[in-house]
Design a protein around this ligand. Structure first.
Ligand code: 2NL
Length: 344
């Protein structure tokens, strides 16, 4: 009997060492440790043996059982380790491969320009505010000294919103000044704001005209603001944007909402003033319009023009970007050609 137990043990151990899967291991467990296994049969048959035999066979059979159970657990752990190792090997990441680039977006050149310009005015003490693109006729025109049927309206080709005849006329704003009127209506001086945003013009599109464009307007109202403040602030702006060696030129211009009105030009940063293609041979490049806020505009928002005065200005963002980057056609900005957009 003891010899038989020895055989059971070595057969079980032999089979175990040639096992390669958890499934095979389970079959092995049933075969050698299960209810119908030889070992279990031996243990069950102990009662039929003599006392001496029972003691020896029982001890040996139990010892083998413990040994085989330990071998089973060790093998199971080993197989599990192996399985994990192959799984890892199969799904292994080759960390020496070059990474796949993550495609990075970028800000549109107009957005970059808007931010750069606003940053300059923020540094000069202005606040940035935004307003609605759909406006009342009142804020876009009437509050700015442009009454209905007045010839001054011809300065802006306007997109009108369909409204019923008894409703107040509504339009796509032609400049961002309406928001400055709103700011003055709800705050008392001192006021220092810049208003960036989209404006709309009902015009045929060509290399220098788009129906939608970005504008930045600025406004400063306070006691004792003079044309000298306008010139100082805008001169500083021009030098921060186009280089500290810039010179500026102010000439008279007309806008219904200012008196006096001016245009500001910078000396040409390409030819230095001798005349070239960029400045059309004049040596000067016009970059913005400005003026002292008309007293009637102030009165309309309940500011007393005897106490308060102000300057205002407006510029086209794409025009500035075109000058800065030498872009010849404004339509490039919004035709979504990535070959163009990726250059900025
Ligand atoms: C231009 C000229 C200008 C203003 C805008 C303004 C606004 C208020 C009152 C008075 Cl609320 N003026 N804005 C003044 C002068 C010129 O823009 O060429 N823009 C592209």
């Amino acid at each position: 009997m003891l010899k038989k137990l020895d055989e059971i043990k070595s057969r079980a151990n032999d089979e175990l060492s040639s096992l390669h899967s958890l499934k095979e291991l389970d079959a092995w467990r049933v075969r050698h440790l299960g209810r119908k296994s030889e070992l279990t049969q031996v243990l069950r048959g102990l009662a039929a043996l003599s006392f001496e035999e029972r003691k020896a066979v029982g001890a040996s059979a139990n010892e083998i059982r413990v040994l085989l159970e330990k071998a089973l657990n060790d093998k199971r752990a080993a197989l599990k380790d192996e399985e994990l190792a192959t799984a890892i090997e199969r799904g292994r990441i080759d960390i020496t491969l070059p990474g796949r680039p993550i495609p990075l977006g970028r800000l549109h050149p107009t957005t970059q320009m808007v931010r750069e310009i606003c940053d300059i005015f923020v540094a000069l003490g202005f606040q940035v505010v935004e307003g609605p693109e759909v406006e009342w006729d009142y804020y876009n025109f009437e509050a700015l000294n442009i009454p209905p049927d007045h010839p001054a309206r011809d300065m802006w080709a306007t997109f009108w919103i369909d409204t019923k005849s008894e409703e107040r006329p509504m339009l796509l704003r032609t400049h961002t000044s309406p928001m400055q009127i709103r700011v003055m209506e709800r705050t008392q001086p001192p006021v220092r704001v810049v208003v960036p945003g989209k404006v709309y013009r009902y015009e045929a599109t060509d290399a220098t005209h788009e129906t939608m464009l970005y504008q930045i307007e600025g406004l400063a109202v306070d006691e004792n603001i003079t044309l000298a403040d306008l010139k100082g602030a805008l001169f500083e702006f021009a030098r921060r944007l186009f280089g500290e060696e810039r010179r500026v030129r102010f000439r008279c211009d007309y806008f219904p909402f200012v008196e006096p009105g001016v245009e500001m030009a910078i000396d040409c940063f390409v030819c230095g003033g001798s005349g070239c293609r960029l400045c059309s041979g004049t040596g000067w490049i016009e970059i913005l319009g400005a003026g002292m806020v008309h007293p009637d505009v102030l009165r309309r928002v309940n500011y007393d023009p005897e106490i308060y005065t102000g300057f205002a200005f407006g510029l086209g963002v794409e025009r500035i970007a075109m000058l800065r980057y030498g872009i010849e056609d404004i339509r490039l900005f919004y035709s979504n050609d990535l070959r163009f957009l990726r250059q900025f």
